[in-house]
Design a protein around this ligand. Structure first.
Ligand SMILES: [Zn+2]
Length: 221
């Protein structure tokens, strides 16, 4: 009360000469809408349970339609994944569909963390990305990208416990033999888990990241 009191004369003088706009009551969502948005289907619940079993740290997100073929349905926000011995941090990652997150969690631990130990002698602590959801077409086409439905992740780099940072842009062709071997190895293991993997060998647009998505059959470049 004591803090507010000096303001009262000021407020009184303001209200005398200024029209204070009416505050609109927030629009209420119907219960039906919110139930439809937030209740996962049984297969979605199973996916969330499987993702939880990997000890990933995540938050399920409400379904959203953005029009023009863009949506985030059955997605999660991943805070961290679990490696063999410690949590794996993630940079710059937006919403990801649950099945993609689940596959990504397996690749991060068994494909990347273990390759980092075996080839580079240090565990993985962070995966850097260039994002996941993006309402756009495949470059140079009229076709919607898997990013338009949060069904793809662009992976750009890896930080190890000893402080080393291995990036697709900097180390794919110019790294030490071990760094290049590491990147070749994780690219190959990604191809075993994801339906589509595109890296620097595919085209110049992928010189700085690996694009991974579940769909597309077995397309590995
Ligand atoms: Zn991509």
């Amino acid at each position: 009360m004591r803090r507010i009191a000096p303001l009262l004369p000021l407020l009184a003088s303001l209200s005398a000469c200024v029209d204070i706009p009416q505050v609109q009551a927030p629009q209420r969502r119907t219960v039906q809408q919110s139930t439809a948005v937030f209740t996962p289907r049984p297969d979605e619940r199973q996916c969330l349970a499987n993702l939880g079993a990997t000890r990933a740290n995540f938050t399920p997100l409400p379904d959203q339609y953005f029009g023009a073929g863009c949506s985030t349905l059955n997605t999660v926000r991943l805070a961290s994944l679990q490696g063999d011995n410690a949590a794996l941090a993630l940079s710059n990652l937006g919403p990801v569909t649950c099945p993609l997150a689940s596959t990504f969690a397996g690749w991060a631990r068994f494909g990347v963390d273990r390759a980092a130990r075996q080839v580079l002698g240090s565990p993985l602590v962070r995966i850097e990305t260039m994002g996941s959801y993006n309402c756009r077409n495949v470059a140079g086409t009229e076709r919607r990208s898997a990013h338009a439905t949060a069904s793809a992740i662009d992976v750009s780099g890896f930080v190890l416990a000893d402080g080393r940072r291995i990036t697709v842009l900097g180390n794919w062709s110019q790294g030490t033999p071990q760094e290049r071997q590491f990147l070749t190895l994780i690219h190959a293991s990604a191809c075993k888990r994801f339906g589509t993997v595109l890296g620097p060998a595919y085209n110049a647009a992928h010189r700085d990241h690996l694009h991974v998505e579940l769909g597309g059959g077995a397309f590995c470049r």
